[in-house]
Write a protein of this length. Structure first.
Length: 311
């Protein structure tokens, strides 16, 4: 029997495939849909202190190869995601809250509030929102990242992992890994969207989303090679007890297989979830199982991280 079971942050997941923070995980209805789907966990939209309406619309656009977004962190505020935990518990899968406070103290306040909640099984700290006008991504500033982690680990009780931006330069992988290896992080999720791309409608000779003059985070097919590189690099550089979660360009079972081969213990679906809805989890799971069957693998540990170099 082929199994897609996995463990992340010490939590058991029936299947290694679940949602990325962002698409279809903001409202109670959307979170319920994830609960009822074949997703292995329920991950919330990144939470801030207060409710946010987000950036002006249109703020999401899909092309044949992927997506561009400048949502601007629309969310219900952290208390909503804390309160929802009770409802999430009925689905019998881990409920994880993504946190993206506007500053150190916001993050500390939120994580302190979540600490006593036994139905929140882990926290994914977002170091990489590309869409806040005037605010740099924390993950691109190694000292800021260190200072933030110092602060949040003073208050965190649940397992805490980080959502990283994509890195493109070998020394940057090493510098971020050096920071992360100084903290008891449970997982690293690679990668957030590739920040500040531009998609153009050539008929209209116009940008396709309204905020930030059309600049936004790129997701989907085009980002898979960058995502795989980040999964692979952090798998080799981080302490062995840190689980890597792969996200970026996964729309079928083979894409998921590639991420796991690079070292991912679980994978998240973003753009494809927006496109297809929550049915994508069962479909991708079936395709991954079929690939594993053909290759004679019975569990993801049989091939996780086992990508070969050329002789
Ligand atoms: O809400 C967003 O604009 C957003 C966030 Br917080 C993020 O982490 N990544 C992204 O592509 N969009």
């Amino acid at each position: 029997m082929t199994s897609l079971k996995t463990t992340i942050a010490g939590l058991e997941l029936e299947t290694c495939i679940y949602n990325a923070s962002g698409p279809l995980c903001t409202t109670a209805e959307e979170l319920d849909d994830l609960g009822q789907s074949m997703a292995g966990a329920i991950l919330s939209k990144s939470a801030t202190l207060e409710y946010r309406a987000g950036n002006e619309k249109p703020r999401y656009y899909e092309t044949g190869w992927g997506s561009i977004n400048s949502m601007g962190l629309p969310n219900e505020g952290y208390k909503f995601y804390a309160d929802y935990a009770k409802q999430a518990a009925q689905y019998g899968k881990p409920y994880i809250v993504s946190v993206s406070g506007m500053g150190f103290e916001d993050n500390a306040t939120i994580i302190k509030h979540l600490a006593g909640n036994e139905n929140i099984k882990a926290i994914e700290l977002n170091l990489s929102c590309p869409n806040l006008p005037g605010k740099p991504q924390t993950g691109y500033d190694f000292e800021q990242s260190r200072a933030l982690l110092n602060r949040v680990f003073e208050v965190a009780q649940q397992p805490l992992g980080v959502k990283l931006p994509p890195y493109f330069d070998m020394p940057h992988f090493e510098m971020m890994a050096e920071v992360l290896n100084d903290f008891p992080i449970s997982f690293a999720t690679c990668i957030n969207s590739i920040g500040n791309g531009l998609v153009i409608d050539t008929d209209q000779e116009c940008v396709v989303i309204k905020p930030k003059k059309g600049f936004g985070g790129i997701g989907g097919d085009f980002i898979k090679p960058t995502a795989l590189a980040n999964v692979r690099k952090f798998y080799t550089l981080l302490k062995k007890d840190v689980d890597i979660i792969g996200v970026g360009g996964i729309k079928n079972g083979m894409d998921a297989f590639e991420h796991i081969l690079c070292g991912a213990s679980a994978v998240q679906i973003g753009t494809q979830l927006m496109r297809e809805g929550t049915g994508c989890f069962a479909r991708i799971a079936g395709e991954l199982q079929e690939i594993m069957n053909k290759k004679g693998y019975s569990s993801i540990n049989d091939f996780k991280g086992k990508l070969k170099d050329m002789e």
